[in-house]
Design a binder for this molecule. Structure first.
Ligand SMILES: [Zn+2]
Length: 91
């Protein structure tokens, strides 16, 4: 007998309800006052995470589909540095 503690939750990214194993699932720390991870502004830029923002934040589960998509995105965008993609300027 396996004591798999499956839980059901809503994916933070796509709002899909899915079941997951709390021990295995990927979670994201989300600040409920902004709906974003502490340390990321609404504009998507980084800022130092305030301790109070981290303290009130909760782990939100992410479904495997979104994890795979995020991984693929980071692999694609990680192959080249975005600031190197500008055409060479001829002064
Ligand atoms: Zn999702």
């Amino acid at each position: 007998m396996s004591d798999h503690a499956e839980k059901t939750g809503r994916c933070y990214a796509c709002k899909r309800t899915f079941s997951f194993d709390p021990k295995e699932v990927t979670t994201f720390l989300i600040d409920p006052s902004t709906g974003l991870p502490p340390g990321i502004t609404v504009l998507g830029s980084l800022r130092p995470a305030r301790p109070e923002a981290v303290a009130r934040s909760a782990d939100e589960p992410i479904c495997p589909d979104c994890v795979a998509r995020a991984k693929q995105y980071s692999e694609e965008s990680g192959s080249g540095r975005p600031w190197d993609n500008r055409p060479p300027s001829s002064n």
